[in-house]
Ligand binder design. Structure first.
Ligand code: 13P
Length: 365
């Protein structure tokens, strides 16, 4: 029979389901700290520090030696390969520090975006070669989930069928390889905020991208209960002249998800995508409050910039300011935890980065 296949063994299903559900349990989300060496360099440059392995280690140490209250809001942290094998000053591997706090370590396994020939500056994401081997090793070394980011751009002729189909397929191959190795795949098709498009266009593009993605996941027999989705929120383009309220963005986001994402998948963990810290929190809160459509999944955060902007600024690469950086991280994580429950009061948490926009054109991770 052409549709014949086997589901994963019951023990593997149970393991994947347990990890995915633990990550998106109520009031919890993900700290995305998987910036590549190049991206981390830009973050360090902004605070006047050099992009050395030691400075990257010191900054990540700040994150992972935060007060254990962090684990009340953050259930998972995404690491970059280098960070997974780094240690704190006292010799404790970071991965042990994270697990001791009760937080689940995860790992970025994609190897960055590459151009698609013949397209209008569209891309796919590379890293499938050896992925099975790398996943097996990461699982042994303490990781329970993985992330792979694909990027789609809105333009007059984009995203193209070519880019949408290719990125959906590569996400599905990645997800299937992760699951074979006991890692919960976070499936990330990011529609960028770049452009002047309005909210309606962003919604339609997101719907099409998600529909292709879930068709591909089905074609590849991905076990949805043991996977997570990391999408963009539906927002108007960064340079769109028309402004929308958080409620309008939340409704567009939830409608897009409700039309395309199966209820078998347990949690949606949004990326922040260039929103300011406060915007990302307010939008997540509005998403959790809206009643525009059914919401059969957890709706939470997996923020990089919107969780770390104030923390890194307050730290400023100064030993004496480690605590100040950690307090900023904790404040923002608490605010996003509240937002994931629809209980955040806008404007009640302000940070060192203030309302500063975190948009980066054609963002590379
Ligand atoms: P931002 O929240 O900074 O968009 O990053 C999240 C992420 O992991 C992108 O892949």
């Amino acid at each position: 029979m052409t549709t014949h296949f086997s589901y994963p063994e019951p023990a593997l299903q149970e393991e994947l389901r347990r990890i995915a559900n633990a990550i998106v349990r109520p009031g919890h989300g993900i700290l995305a700290a998987d910036e590549s060496t190049g991206t981390m360099g830009k973050r360090l440059q902004a605070i006047g520090a050099e992009n050395t392995e030691e400075n990257r280690r010191k900054y990540r140490q700040l994150l992972f030696t935060s007060d254990k209250e962090l684990a009340s809001y953050v259930s998972g942290v995404i690491l970059y390969h280098e960070t997974l094998y780094q240690k704190a000053d006292d010799g404790t591997p970071f991965v042990d520090l994270i697990k001791r706090m009760g937080i689940i370590p995860g790992i970025k396994v994609d190897q960055g975006v590459v151009p698609l020939m013949g397209s209008e500056e569209e891309s796919t994401t590379q890293g499938l070669d050896d992925l099975g081997k790398r996943c097996a090793q990461y699982k042994k070394d303490g990781c329970d989930f993985a992330k792979w980011r694909c990027v789609l751009k809105i333009g007059a002729n984009t995203p193209s069928f070519h880019a949408i189909a290719e990125n959906a397929n590569v996400l599905a191959r990645y997800a299937s390889i992760c699951q074979m190795n006991g890692l919960v795949p976070i499936v990330e098709p990011e529609v960028l905020m770049d452009g002047a498009h309005d909210l309606e266009r962003a919604q339609k593009v997101t719907e099409v991208v998600l529909a292709f993605t879930y068709k591909a996941l089905s074609d590849h027999h991905v076990f949805l209960e043991g996977s997570l989705l990391k999408p963009n929120m539906v927002l108007a383009g960064q340079s769109c002249p028309k402004k929308y309220t958080p409620q309008q963005a939340a409704e567009a986001t939830v409608l897009a998800l409700s039309r395309t994402v199966p209820p078998a998948m347990p949690g949606v963990c949004f990326l922040s995508g260039g929103q300011s810290e406060e915007e990302a929190t307010v939008h997540l809160d509005a998403i959790n409050r809206t009643t525009i459509a059914k919401k059969p999944w957890a709706l939470t955060f997996s923020y990089g910039r919107a969780l770390q902007a104030s923390a890194i600024k307050a730290w400023g690469a100064k030993e004496a300011q480690v605590k100040a950086g950690q307090e900023e991280l904790l404040k923002r994580a608490r605010a996003n935890s509240q937002a994931s429950l629809g209980q955040y009061a806008a404007g009640t948490v302000s940070g060192a980065a203030g309302q500063q926009g975190l948009f980066v054109k054609n963002h590379q991770y």
